[in-house]
Write a protein that binds this ligand. Structure first.
Ligand SMILES: Nc1ncnc2c1ncn2[C@@H]1O[C@H](COP(=O)(O)OP(=O)(O)OP(=O)(O)O)[C@@H](O)[C@H]1O
Ligand SMILES: [Mg+2]
Length: 404
């Protein structure tokens, strides 16, 4: 017994030491927390861990750090959602045993078996919680005590440093979807493709949409772009209901608000690169200069070329120039790099990144490539007609640093 106690005391001291060391030495709090989770997973033989902190502004808990197969940081849940929400609102530890794991995995997207969720608690209140899972054996009483104490230590430091994270709650949504349902007839059968999508898209953000083929990504993009109508639900543009627009309102909206970049380039073959852009500029309300738009995508010297004399990547960049020349508020990009090789694709992404930064344009980009999602401000996943997750990238990667 005594020996065991010593063992646990040593384990506790070791854990405290590694936490203190990380908290003091890391350049960014997120990195320190990440590193703590990784080391605690080794120490307590867990495969997965996550750390969640509250954001009072919108009453949600955000995953700030995670260890596991997938980087899920930035995921958020409501204060009262699931087991994480329960630990947060009660301030009490929860353990999940092997035989409860199925329910736990399904409901909370955490890989059991043998999970432990402890609150991040100071004398002044609960800041969030930490979850550990994927342990071979159940957590014993001593381990639970130690992890609770470690958690208290982290909570005190977070409070002490006044750590906060930015989810930019002041922003007003440019586009909102509420309860969007879309059904298609397929032969005799009525298929519900979108089953009630709720989404806010903000000004100047790059939102990436991921999801399996056929899950409704293009359908959602077409509804946002006014190219298709929802079966049910509301499309709200800058606070105004746009669910049932007149033909004229729809045309104006598509012309003034939306730039579309498709996977296939569909340029006019008998017009030069510049003419393809001018053609759109002429029918736009407040267009940019066509040559400047071509310059922005790095094709100033190819203005007089016909599409057939341009490479795939160059044609795609003409398409981007054509979308930006209107100076739209929203650019919808449906797999803009799917047909391109790595270098060309990256060039296209750099242009998209530049438009978001320099013109504060909102870009909604559909892709199958999870690497590309790393440059987004937020990433949503569509699954079975619903949004299965929304993730905020606290530190989006630069397009030039992406590798695939
Ligand atoms: N006009 C239509 N009429 C009937 N069914 C349609 C129509 N448009 C889309 N669908 C169906 O809706 C589903 C979703 O299509 P959508 O093109 O939105 O998928 P996606 O997620 O963009 O797929 P991908 O990644 O392959 O482009 C598919 O099953 C498709 O067959
Ligand atoms: Mg598609």
């Amino acid at each position: 017994m005594k020996k065991d106690n010593n063992l646990n005391t040593n384990k506790f001291i070791k854990s405290v030491w590694l936490i203190m060391d990380e908290l003091q030495s890391a350049d960014q709090m997120e990195n320190a927390l990440q590193s703590i989770l990784e080391k605690m997973c080794v120490e307590y033989s867990c495969s997965d861990a996550s750390l969640w902190l509250k954001h009072d502004g919108n009453q949600r808990l955000y995953m700030i750090a995670s260890k596991g197969n997938e980087d899920n940081t930035g995921l958020s849940i409501a204060f009262d959602e699931g087991v994480i929400g329960e630990v947060f609102s009660t301030g009490d530890t929860i353990t999940v045993s092997e035989n409860e794991k199925d329910l736990f995995e399904k409901d909370h997207n955490i890989h059991a078996p043998n999970a432990l969720i402890v609150p991040l608690k100071t004398p002044y209140g609960v800041l969030g919680c930490m979850a550990f899972s994927g342990k071979e054996t159940a957590f014993d009483e001593d381990e639970i005590r130690i992890i609770e104490n470690c958690s208290a230590l982290i909570a005190l430091d977070l409070e002490d440093k006044g750590f906060s994270f930015d989810v930019d709650l002041e922003r007003k949504p440019l586009v909102s979807l509420r309860g969007i349902i879309k059904e298609f007839m397929s032969g005799e059968e009525l298929n519900r493709i979108l089953k009630g999508i709720d989404l806010d898209v903000y000004e100047g953000e790059l939102l990436v949409v991921l999801g399996e083929s056929g899950c409704g990504k293009s359908t959602m993009l077409n509804i946002i772009g006014g190219m298709d109508k929802a079966t049910e639900g509301q499309l709200i543009i800058e606070g105004k209901d746009f669910s049932d627009p007149s033909e004229k309102e729809l045309t104006d909206y598509r012309r003034d608000y939306i730039g579309f970049i498709f996977q296939s380039y569909n340029l006019m073959p008998n017009l030069t690169a510049l003419e393809n852009i001018e053609f759109i500029a002429e029918i736009s309300q407040n267009p940019l200069d066509s040559s400047e738009a071509l310059e922005m995508v790095g094709l100033g010297d190819r203005a007089d070329r016909y599409p057939s004399a341009l490479s795939g990547g160059q044609q795609q960049r003409v398409c981007i120039a054509r979308a930006i020349v209107k100076d739209p508020k929203i650019i919808l990009a449906d797999e803009p790099t799917a047909a391109l090789d790595f270098n060309t694709g990256q060039g296209v992404l750099k242009v998209i990144e530049k438009i978001v930064k320099e013109r504060n344009t909102t870009v909604i980009m559909v892709t199958h490539n999870v690497e590309i999602a790393k440059m987004a401000n937020r990433v949503i996943k569509l699954r079975n007609g619903n949004i299965s997750s929304i993730r905020t990238n606290f530190h989006p990667m630069k397009a030039e640093d992406l590798v695939w």
